[in-house]
Design a protein around this ligand. Structure first.
Ligand code: PRP
Ligand code: XAN
Ligand code: MG
Length: 173
């Protein structure tokens, strides 16, 4: 990528900030939906973003077997090549009969769907849930809570902090 190309975040343009409180509520809503679809043998978090919703969903559903698939693609806000740094453990794979049946994969969001596609190819029969979905990634997930437009950038609470916001009207501050 050259210096002048905009990042995915800049290209998205429309900011969608999510507070801890809102995120917790959305994860609880996701848990309600998933509770009707289970039971699941184990939760698999797609790191790192999937770790937070996975903890909340596992707590709500009483699941104590938690594994990770470690995937890196975005360097801050630019998407590069997908790298699988760690797959599911043999023990979790056995629980899912080798194809992921009865396993619950969780991520914070699906955007282009690249990450979701990669995990689906690893565990085709697993249930894949994300808290937020953009249109391109939506066909990859079985369950999600809120859809946002493709030109939206979601700002998660662990990536942000409180800061001064200028008033909408110029000079009103
Ligand atoms: O649908 P996609 O276009 O593939 O994008 C979605 C993925 O991008 C983000 O992860 P990221 O690679 O930034 O890593 P992180 O979870 O460690 O922040 C997010 O947590 C999803 O896993
Ligand atoms: O914090 C993030 N917000 C997003 O909208 C997004 N899309 C891909 N990766 C992302 N990370
Ligand atoms: Mg991620």
């Amino acid at each position: 990528m050259t210096q002048s190309e905009p990042t995915e975040q800049k290209r998205a343009g429309r900011p969608f900030p999510v507070s801890w409180d809102q995120f917790h509520r959305d994860c609880r809503a996701l848990s309600w939906r998933l509770n009707e679809l289970g039971p699941f043998h184990a939760v698999i978090a797609i790191t790192r973003g999937g770790l937070v919703p996975a903890a909340i969903v596992a707590r709500e559903l009483g699941l104590r077997v938690i594994d990770t698939v470690c995937i890196a693609s975005y360097e801050h806000d630019k998407q590069g090549e997908l790298q699988v740094l760690k797959g599911v453990s043999d023990q979790t794979a056995t629980l899912g009969g080798g194809t992921g049946k009865g396993l619950l994969i969780i991520d914070d969001l699906v955007d282009t769907g690249k990450t979701g596609r990669m995990v689906r190819s690893m565990l085709p029969d697993a249930h894949f849930a994300a808290v937020y979905a953009k249109p391109k990634g939506r066909p990859l997930v079985d369950t999600f809570i809120t859809e946002v437009s493709q030109d939206t950038w979601i700002f998660f609470p662990w990536d942000t902090g409180l800061s001064f916001q200028p008033p909408l009207k110029d000079g009103a501050g």
